[in-house]
Design a binder for this molecule. Structure first.
Ligand code: SAM
Length: 332
């Protein structure tokens, strides 16, 4: 089978697809309520039929082993369960792994269906354990919904449940050890993410905490023992004396581009070969909707886009200057 290999020999077997470029939360670091970023009209996002075709090409012809659905908030897309029903036969036939990244606010009533439709892994975003601060960070009073969703995910025995915390200095960095304390009895993995600059999110150095600083804060209270990281994307540790694994995502202070195996598809069907690259000029949408377009043409389009992938993304200062690079449309 053909593989998605770039110029530097990196094999891409992991695709992240944004299901929608809208969110029900206004997280200050991602989708601030005063953001000027415009979203596409619904009609320009990939339809479920187009997504089905794209996914089948990835898993059947291009050796993709893992697909993660994200957004925006993937679970606010209309009839999202029907979409997972549509792709379930593909999952059964080709055996790829399915993950979802979600803020959890709309998860609880869908979680059993998602589990029975082959979703393996859930990443749930939670940046604070304080319900009032949750409102300050997200603009919505939905803390308990997210926490309930985490509880339910744990009870349903997904292959993995990760809790993602974006750490922003003077906003939630004081809660690092609280997170470890709170989750140490849960079978979840904690992931502390460095705050990244995106268009309109008012990133600046003074709000940034590197993974090493986060680790040092946690080590004031806990002993961390380094372990081999699965995908080499995070720096992983076990908390001594506890059953808790935690990882740091160091995209800014120590990028992990040399082991990058990811390709991203925006909600409108553009290919992003790096979180910080310009998306492909053309969208896959017109190709996927045209019945006369062969799979080979679509495969060539994907390969061409991968071919322009850079060895590594620029540093934080360059990233702050990028236009129209917002998490909502990319799919984080
Ligand atoms: N709505 C979903 C959620 O909240 O998980 C999925 C989309 S969200 C863009 C995906 C991930 O990107 C979340 O874990 C979120 O916390 C993270 N994220 C968003 N903006 C970020 C930023 N500026 N720096 C680091 N991580 C960010």
């Amino acid at each position: 089978m053909m593989k998605l290999t770039d110029k530097f020999g990196r094999v891409h077997d992991y695709v992240r697809i944004s299901l929608i470029d809208k969110c029900n939360l206004n997280c200050i670091y991602c989708n601030p309520s005063n953001s000027l970023v415009r979203y596409e009209a619904n009609s320009s996002i990939l339809s479920y039929e187009e997504l089905y075709r794209l996914i089948s090409i990835f898993v059947k012809d291009l050796g993709v082993k893992k697909i993660r659905f994200t957004g925006g908030e993937p679970l606010i897309r209309k009839d999202v369960i029907k979409f997972f029903e549509m792709i379930y036969p593909l999952k059964k036939q080709y055996g790829f792994e399915i993950g979802i990244t979600t803020n959890g606010a709309q998860l609880t009533d869908k979680i059993e269906s998602l589990k029975s439709l082959g979703v393996d892994k859930l990443n749930i975003s939670l940046d604070t354990l304080n319900s009032r601060k949750f409102i300050a960070i997200t603009g919505k009073d939905l803390f308990y919904r997210t926490v309930t969703a985490i509880e339910k995910a744990v009870a349903l025995n997904f292959k993995a449940v990760k809790v993602n915390m974006v750490v922003v200095k003077n906003i939630n960095d004081e809660e690092l050890t609280d997170f470890v304390e709170y989750f140490k009895s849960y079978p979840v993995e904690l992931r502390f993410i460095e705050y990244m600059p995106f268009t309109g999110n008012q990133w600046d150095d003074s709000k940034f905490l590197s993974w090493k600083e986060m680790k040092a804060r946690i080590e004031e209270k806990f002993v961390l023992n380094e372990i081999e990281s699965d995908g080499k994307v995070s720096k992983d540790f076990l908390v001594e004396g506890e059953n808790l694994k935690l990882g740091f995502i160091s995209s800014i202070s120590d990028h992990f581009c040399d082991s990058c195996n990811r390709l991203r598809i925006t909600a409108t069907g553009k290919i992003k070969n790096c979180l910080f690259a310009n998306p492909s000029e053309l969208s896959l949408k017109s190709l996927l909707s045209g019945e006369s377009t062969s799979d080979e043409t679509i495969i060539n389009f994907i390969l061409n886009s991968l071919n322009s992938k850079r060895m590594k993304h620029p540093g934080a200062n360059e990233l702050t200057k990028l236009n129209q690079n917002n998490m909502m449309s990319i799919g984080g």
